[in-house]
Ligand binder design. Structure first.
Ligand SMILES: Cc1ncc(COP(=O)(O)O)c(C=O)c1O
Length: 641
């Protein structure tokens, strides 16, 4: 059929040399795509995808889909369900990747070189952020927005020049970025253009300059982030419902009424009277970037950020990227990996150490409440006293960002924080949406400075164009009201499962294992996660085998999943409104970007943490039967492991 190519290996095909396809073959692909869209598996529509062999990566996914669409083999739902480009929708979904592929083929670009964003600003910003030399921007009348340029130049320190006329060759290494309302065919592009940004899409021509993949050194240390990494840390791909509509040529939905949703978000944070409207963005991390940029502005572009070394990997990496590009943030961390490490104690120690360093105009403390992945508490009253003390003794303005994603119903602002500006940050991708879309929200307390902080966060969300899309708002408006029930029911399932697990491990291994779960004190404060983590004791057969112990948590998870695939999904995330238990080893999934040294400290006896997240409805006895059988397999006296 078509005479186009799709690179087998991005690294070996740096320059896009795709041969354009004929109009006949694109018509064939479009008609095959229409058939495919009638066979979309339901597993393609969620927010998390299996973290096993079906997670084949973006390139392999394209390599499977392209011949399928280009050929004539029957398109079967069960076959499609074997392939996922990513493990989480923020990184790209099967449908957003197909949309990228279609757009690429229509205009003669390589399918792996086209990225869509749930933002019309991030395609350009991602190029500027990943460039190491001057970017010459052509055709950018509407980009000459003062506030956006100020953000790009003063905060992101981007080096770019607007240029008129036909693109010409820049100095050696310079990047030529063309901005076009309609995308030119690749064959009609000036030979000097390295990438084209058009609306929510970025078309990369020269991937030596505009990176498809992160550049790392021999030790795996990040040298330069790729477009894909900026997209996943600042925003996300076009949401699945919109990708589906665009593939079908249908209209995108209108904005739903959000009055009840906005009120509910404030109530969940414990501050129904908060004056500034909540910020609601395309993903949780999009809220964090808006919040961090606003903090930077209010802190005279000179800010300390303190967070746990084992915080969610995305929060850590985003802060590092922002710190690296701006040179205006110093990231400090505190470790809470030890079983007996207390969050407040560790923050107090870290702030005490920071007192003797260069004090910044603003200090932002970011805490997961409760923490990821071991559900640790923080005494918020004690914390306010510690923050006030830091402010008094250093003169730095102290602000607090509370990530309540694990228990969004915990109302942390209720009756607390009269002095301290507090931002309650929540990834709506979990319990609030039920896992049906991604999203993020920011709500502040009544403190005047906090309100200014949120107002400026709204402005940065505008500049990044990361406000939630209407299709996402529709899902949120339809699902938020069940958040409390969903969380309470899921929490009850988690309680029953953790009691069962602790008892069974004792029986099969003879060893005591304490699951990391909320304490009575946390329950009294309305903290109700449905997630817990645990370090299994090393089975006798591998006691002295370090390699086997390092691999054990994943091996346990893999076996558990295969023993009950109907009720267990090997994947990240939590808060799901379904009947599946999500299981993962955070060290290799959600904490993928955290250093090995830091993660090693959360292993016990050489065995890494396993994390279980529970749904509101499930067959608990079938789950515990699978759990028991898996424990027996690894801990019975005859187990070889
Ligand atoms: C604790 C926590 N906070 C924030 C986030 C970021 O949310 P999102 O995936 O919606 O960007 C995550 C994502 O998994 C998380 O686990």
């Amino acid at each position: 059929m078509g005479n186009f190519c799709c690179s087998k290996d991005d690294d070996s095909t740096e320059i896009d040399t795709t041969t354009p396809i004929t109009s006949q073959s694109i018509d064939h692909i479009r008609s095959r795509l229409a058939v495919l869209l009638k066979n979309v598996p339901s597993s393609w529509l969620g927010t998390t995808y299996p973290n096993d062999g079906r997670y084949v990566g973006r390139q392999r996914f394209l390599d499977e889909m392209l011949p399928l669409l280009n050929g004539n083999d029957e398109i079967k739902e069960e076959n499609l369900a074997q392939f996922f480009p990513e493990d989480y929708v923020r990184l790209g979904s099967p449908l957003s990747t197909l949309l990228e592929m279609l757009r690429a083929l229509e205009k003669g670009y390589s399918p792996s070189h086209v990225f869509c964003f749930a933002s019309n600003a991030l395609p350009v910003i991602s190029v500027l952020l990943t460039a190491t030399s001057t970017v010459y921007i052509y055709g950018a009348g509407e980009m000459k927005d003062d506030a956006r340029v100020a953000m790009l130049k003063q905060v992101f320190k981007c080096d770019f020049k607007y240029t008129a006329g036909e693109p010409v060759e820049g100095e050696k290494g310079a990047i030529v970025l063309q901005i076009s309302a309609s995308v030119p065919d690749k064959k009609d592009l000036s030979p000097y253009v390295d990438a084209v940004a058009s609306g929510d899409f970025l078309y990369i021509v020269n991937s030596k300059k505009v990176l498809l993949k992160d550049l790392k050194d021999a030790k795996g240390k990040m040298v330069r982030e790729s477009i894909h990494t900026i997209r996943k840390r600042f925003g996300g791909a076009i949401p699945t419902p919109d990708a589906l509509s665009l593939l079908k040529g249908e209209e995108l939905p209108a904005k739903p009424n959000l009055d009840a949703f906005n009120t509910h978000l404030k109530e969940l944070a414990g501050c129904a009277t908060s004056q500034v409207a909540p910020l609601v963005t395309t993903t949780g991390l999009a809220s964090l970037i808006a919040c961090n940029l606003a903090a930077l502005e209010l802190g005279d572009h000179n800010v300390d950020i303190l967070m746990a070394s084992t915080a969610y990997g995305g929060s850590s990496q985003q802060t590092e990227i922002l710190s690296k590009v701006s040179g205006q943030i110093t990231k400090h961390t505190f470790g809470i990996q030890g079983k007996d490490d207390h969050v407040l104690e560790k923050i107090t120690e870290a702030l005490a150490a920071m007192k003797s360093g260069p004090r910044k105009p603003l200090t932002c403390v970011l805490i997961e409440y409760p923490t990821n992945p071991d559900m640790k508490d923080c005494d918020l009253t004690g914390l306010e006293a510690v923050l006030t003390d830091y402010k008094t003794s250093t003169g730095s303005r102290v602000v607090l960002c509370l990530d309540t994603t694990f228990s969004p119903i915990s109302t942390p602002l209720k009756g607390l924080f009269t002095e301290t500006p507090v931002m309650v940050w929540n990834s709506l991708s979990k319990s609030v949406s039920g896992g049906f879309t991604t999203g993020g929200s920011l709500v502040v307390n009544e403190n005047k400075f906090a309100q200014q902080w949120l107002t400026r966060s709204h402005a940065y969300a505008d500049l990044l164009d990361v406000h939630s899309k209407n299709c996402q708002l529709k899902i949120l408006a339809d699902n938020h009201m069940n958040t409390e029930t969903r969380i309470e029911n899921a929490h009850q399932n988690a309680v029953k499962a953790f009691r069962h697990l602790e008892a069974k491990v004792k029986t099969v291994s003879g060893q005591d294992m304490k699951v990391n779960f909320v304490t009575q004190a946390q329950l009294d404060k309305h903290v109700r996660p449905a997630t817990f983590s645990f370090n299994l004791p090393p089975p006798a057969a591998i006691q002295s085998d370090n390699k086997a112990k390092a691999a054990f948590a994943q091996k346990f998870v893999d076996h558990l999943v295969t023993s009950y695939p109907k009720g267990i999904k090997p994947c990240v995330s939590f808060g799901q409104e379904n009947t599946l238990v999500y299981v993962t080893v955070p060290a290799t999934s959600t904490q993928g970007v955290i250093s090995e040294e830091i993660k090693a400290k959360q292993a016990v006896g050489g065995i890494q943490l396993v994390r279980f997240s529970f749904p509101p409805r499930m067959d608990l006895s079938a789950f515990t039967a699978a759990l028991d059988a898996t424990l027996l397999k690894f801990y019975s006296p005859s187990a070889a492991n």
